[in-house]
Design a protein around this ligand. Structure first.
Ligand code: FES
Length: 138
């Protein structure tokens, strides 16, 4: 199995690891099959994601994709963050082996799960905005 330089870099030197105290949205997502879990913390100000941090209890690709996902959404509007797809994360990492694509779905869904929590805390139903959070299973 071959990993790109960027994957190896984000795995051995992940960006934005940790928790945000008084986060405005916290998401957690797990993959039932591999058992990996990702937790995502967002700070949101005026519809802009001013900070993003994560904790991943999972494989190297899960660490690398969550690291890249936080980098891609920091400073972006919620709308742009909602458009973040796992494909965009994979592309930003110069690719992932096919058997590891599901790890990037975990990162995509962790962001959505945190945004969903953000709307819930605002008293807004997240479903029409964020959609269903998928639990990736393969
Ligand atoms: Fe489960 Fe990577 S093997 S997220």
């Amino acid at each position: 199995m071959m990993y790109s330089e960027k994957v190896l870099d984000h795995f051995s030197n992940p960006r934005n690891v940790g928790e945000i105290e008084n986060a405005d949205g916290v998401g957690e997502i797990g993959n039932a099959k591999c058992g990996d879990i990702m937790k995502m913390y967002l700070k949101i100000d005026n519809n802009v994601i001013t900070d993003a941090k994560f904790k991943t209890f999972g494989c190297g690709a899960a660490v690398a994709t969550s690291s890249m996902a936080t980098e891609l959404i920091k400073g972006k509007s919620i709308d742009d963050a909602l458009k973040l797809t796992n494909d965009a994360v994979v592309e930003a990492l110069d690719g992932l082996p096919a058997v590891k694509i599901h790890c990037s779905v975990l990162a995509e869904q962790a962001v959505r799960s945190a945004l969903s929590d953000y709307y819930t805390r605002q008293g807004i139903d997240p479903l029409p905005i964020v959609g269903e959070i998928k639990m990736p299973e393969e």
